[in-house]
Design a binder for this molecule. Structure first.
Ligand SMILES: *[C@@H]1O[C@H](CO)[C@@H](O)[C@H](O)[C@H]1NC(C)=O
Ligand SMILES: *[C@@H]1O[C@H](CO)[C@@H](O)[C@H](O)[C@H]1NC(C)=O
Ligand SMILES: *[C@@H]1O[C@H](CO)[C@@H](O)[C@H](O)[C@H]1NC(C)=O
Ligand SMILES: *[C@@H]1O[C@H](CO)[C@@H](O)[C@H](O)[C@H]1NC(C)=O
Length: 828
């Protein structure tokens, strides 16, 4: 039988046929430590492996299940997270010894808290792996003291800390999905802590109700009095593919008390169905990673409840990709009330039921049904149809980001319209905030919340307090759901499409939308600045810089002094990662023979009498144009006396003793030494790069400083002094150098265009991407960037992010401003 092979091949082909996935680009990106998006961190040297987070109803207290401890954190303060109390709960020496004797790693023998739930108004219930011998206990929520003795935790918590589980307490009873044995091959969904006539229940494990599952989540739906479990498992109904994983939703009724003879102390209401996160005939995203529930809007029916899940694919072709799918409760209910598949005991094949329907599987209240009916539900637990996502396709697909956790919120915008906002965590430690619009998701912002190799364990949203909590293996990070004051013009505020934020025309500030707020300017769907801000485009106004800074007025253009025949590079900060930068000269066209538009938005050209003069850098986003920078390029009259020190210093650095000023950047990037001279000639030839010989402009306050590109860390190490002015200025080789530079310029232009066209072909179909390359470079470590720069096509970009980069600031008030905080802009 080679059908599995065939299926794999088909699936692989399917994946390749659709390489251009819809991948929205985050509009703005905040690297770790950005002032525009401050994180509040809680960590402590003796708190490790925080896995479980539990928020109090009022959002003032955050309980954390960590390794050998349960913590209560005070999160009511704006500036800090404080430790209120801590309950140590670790295995004894004896327990640890026993665990080690079983051949387990010593650290894995700690007590990893995996269940932490409120039991009643005064107590919590917690379970931990406890040296591969799980235990549970009651904890007083107020002072974190243990009450009563510890319970056995079998069936409530995994033995192995690396195994996933889920738990929820409803009505004082604990519902769990976990493995219930030491080896980890007896998965169960069970109920504990039942009292009186209610008995603890579990799955009947003779029939394989679960097939090697990974439990993800469990949710309670009050109106239905049902608990839904979400997990992935081996899809036995697809027996033609080896170990084909499927995602499932399963249900049980709270009223269940088991059967009287058949299914005694077993669920009589268990049913499961496949969750299919798939677009058309594409390869399904078959492995569920996380799930969050979005309750219905106020006044709407509970059937409007939505479940948002992150799904990845089991196949390598989709490695690193993920999808978000939303499933409605209505759809889930209809699938469970439909037909069920039946397993042929002899052939072990699943088929559509042919026998008569004796009972309705999944129906609540079957406990005193006949044995016949119970035998029927016992064998018919897999729904015939799959649950399909809302809109019959994924809400969002990302080819670039492997999302691992999500949380979802409904936000009322200024016009009272409701928007769904998703907070998504990537494997690389970034939080994406996305708003779902008619035409698809829009990623409002991206912020880095931790540095790998830490692992994220949980994500919690506090709607009343407007906070997102991320539990990493090392601590807890808190981020406000929005920082509206980061957008300091009406245009930025509107372009952000952030439903949390609106422009207050009276207070002239981007503020958080609240119930009491008066009319705010906001346009989530259209982001139409002209309309929302009630003004005409303020393009070409010779004023830029943040209005709140004292010296907002700039001279009509920053002065850039150059020598003739020097390669000049003018930077243009991007308003956002979705903006397009363009250059203009008054009364002159920027002919492509003379000008090179670089990928990062900067402009490069050779200084000649014809190219001296004014340059205007504009940024366009969603039809709105704004001036980002104005430069005046002027010939230096007396280089020796007028050259700013930075220029001199950097040129010294870039002046190899051996020959031509052709590879200064390279020298620095490889760190000097013998490698420098050895690799230079080859590099000059192959890279066809403008970067090597060019002078970059940057602005430090009012002083215009010219320096070589790879400044940063290496700069300090270069001895200053020696005002050497490039050989190319004085030597008779000048013409030759100019010609070579022009040649290099032309070639790189050609290649850039080719590359650009190739890239755009894919991208144009999807999203207006401009910043993805720079964004990637931002995430790399400096070492990686250096390494990349050596290999990379020089003209692609120079590692300076258009936004959020380290040194691309451009301001008028004498401070070098990180562009992350303040976008040069046209204030209103
Ligand atoms: C919000 O942004 C403003 C402007 O960049 C910054 O000064 C402020 O610290 C930020 N606030 C937070 C909580 O990140
Ligand atoms: C909560 O549960 C604990 C443990 O069963 C019990 O001791 C306590 O009295 C309960 N509190 C309330 C308010 O019911
Ligand atoms: C606990 O944390 C350490 C380091 O952060 C990590 O290596 C280890 O895998 C974690 N253990 C578990 C069970 O998650
Ligand atoms: C069935 O269960 C209910 C309670 O759930 C009980 O009142 C009733 O006597 C039981 N037997 C029958 C035959 O309904």
């Amino acid at each position: 039988m080679d059908s599995p092979c065939l299926v794999h091949l088909t699936l692989t082909l399917l994946a390749f046929l659709n390489p251009c996935l819809m991948t929205p680009t985050p509009r703005v990106s905040f690297p770790m430590g950005s002032a525009g998006r401050r994180l509040v961190l809680f960590s402590s040297h003796d708190v490790r492996n925080t896995t479980t987070l539990l928020l109090s109803e009022d959002g003032e207290r955050l309980y954390v299940g960590a390794r050998d401890a349960v913590l209560a954190l005070d999160v009511s303060r704006k500036d800090a997270i404080l430790l209120r109390s801590k309950l140590d709960w670790s295995p004894s020496e004896e327990d640890l010894e026993k665990c080690s004797m079983k051949g387990k790693n010593k650290v894995d023998c700690s007590n990893f808290i995996r269940v932490l739930q409120f039991l009643n108004s005064t107590h919590m219930y917690a379970c931990g792996t406890f040296a591969f011998s799980p235990r549970c206990m009651y904890i007083n929520s107020e002072n974190l003291t243990q009450s009563l003795t510890a319970d056995e935790g079998r069936g409530r918590c995994p033995y192995d800390p690396y195994q996933r589980n889920t738990a929820i307490i409803v009505g004082g009873e604990l519902y769990t999905g976990t493995v219930a044995d030491y080896r980890g091959n007896r998965p169960v969904i069970s109920r504990h802590l039942s009292e009186g006539s209610r008995v603890d229940l579990k799955l009947d494990d003779t029939l394989g109700w679960l097939e090697d599952p990974t439990f993800i989540s469990s949710k309670f739906i009050p109106q239905e009095q049902k608990i839904y479990f979400f997990f992935s498992e081996v899809g036995r109904e697809y027996n033609f593919v080896d170990k084909f994983l499927v995602s499932r939703v399963s249900q049980i009724c709270m009223s269940d008390i088991g059967g009287q003879r058949t299914l005694q102390r077993r669920w009589t209401t268990f049913a499961k169905a496949q969750l299919l996160c798939q677009a058309g005939s594409e390869l399904p995203y078959n492995v569920i990673q996380d799930m969050d529930m979005l309750p219905p809007a106020e006044g709407a029916s509970e059937d409007d409840t939505l479940f948002y899940g992150i799904f990845t694919s089991q196949w390598a072709v989709n490695n690193g990709r993920s999808a978000v799918c939303a499933f409605s409760l209505t759809e889930i209910k209809s699938i469970f009330s439909g037909n069920y598949k039946v397993l042929n005991r002899d052939t072990l094949q699943w088929s559509t039921r042919v026998q008569d329907k004796v009972a309705n599987p999944g129906e609540c209240g079957l406990h005193n049904a006949s044995d016949n009916a119970l035998r029927f539900v016992k064998e018919n637990f897999l729904a015939e149809d799959s649950v399909r996502p809302v809109g019959r396709r994924p809400t969002m697909v990302s080819a670039e980001h492997a999302y691992s956790h999500l949380t979802v919120q409904r936000v009322q915008a200024a016009n009272k319209k409701l928007y769904t906002v998703l907070f998504l965590l990537t494997e690389s430690g970034h939080l994406h905030k996305a708003v779902l619009l008619q035409h698809g998701p829009f990623i409002i912002e991206e912020l880095q919340v931790y540095q790998p190799p830490q692992a994220i364990r949980s994500l919690k949203l506090s709607v009343p307090k407007g906070m997102v909590y991320v539990g990493t293996s090392e601590g807890v990070v808190r981020i406000p759901t929005a920082n509206c004051s980061y957008y300091w013009t009406c245009a930025q505020c509107v372009l952000s499409r952030d439903p949390f934020c609106g422009w207050d025309p009276v207070g002239r500030a981007c503020v958080e939308v609240s119930e009491t707020q008066t009319a705010l300017s906001q346009d989530i769907d259209g982001a139409n600045v002209e309309e929302a801000c009630n003004s005409i485009s303020l393009t070409h106004r010779g004023k830029f810089g943040p209005s709140k800074l004292p010296t907002a007025s700039c001279p009509a253009g920053e002065l850039v002094s150059v020598s003739l025949n020097e390669v000049v590079r003018l930077h243009c900060p991007a308003a956002s990662q979705l903006s397009q930068q363009l250059w203009e000269r008054p009364n002159s066209r920027l002919s492509s023979d003379l000008y090179l538009h670089l990928k990062d938005g900067s402009l490069s050209f050779v200084a000649t009498p014809a190219t001296l003069g004014h340059y205007l850098c504009l940024s366009t986003e969603n039809g709105y144009r704004q001036t980002m920078a104005i430069y005046r390029v002027k010939q230096r009259s007396n280089p020796v006396s007028q050259t700013p020190t930075g220029y001199t210093r950097l040129h010294t650095r870039g002046q190899p003793t051996t020959q031509a000023a052709a590879t200064p950047g390279l020298q620095v990037s490889v760190g000097g030494g013998p490698k420098t001279t050895a690799s230079r000639p080859a590099e000059t030839k192959t890279s066809l790069s403008v970067r090597n010989s060019q002078v970059t402009t940057k602005q430090l306050g009012r002083n215009v400083t010219l320096w070589m590109e790879e400044s940063g860390q290496t700069e300090a190490g270069i001895p200053g002094g020696k005002p050497v002015h490039s050989a190319r200025c004085t030597s008779f080789l000048k013409e030759l150098v100019v010609v070579s530079i022009l040649l290099v310029l032309c070639l790189s232009l050609l290649l850039t265009i080719t590359l650009y066209v190739l890239r755009q072909r894919c991208r144009r179909r999807t999203a207006p991407v401009t910043g993805s390359v720079s964004r990637n470079s931002e995430r790399r470590t400096p070492e990686e960037q250096e390494a990349l720069r050596e290999n990379e096509f020089g003209s692609k970009h120079n590692g300076q992010a258009p936004l959020g980069g380290h040194a691309s600031g451009l301001v008028c008030n004498g401070n070098l401003t990180d562009s992350t905080q303040n976008l040069p802009n046209t204030p209103f």
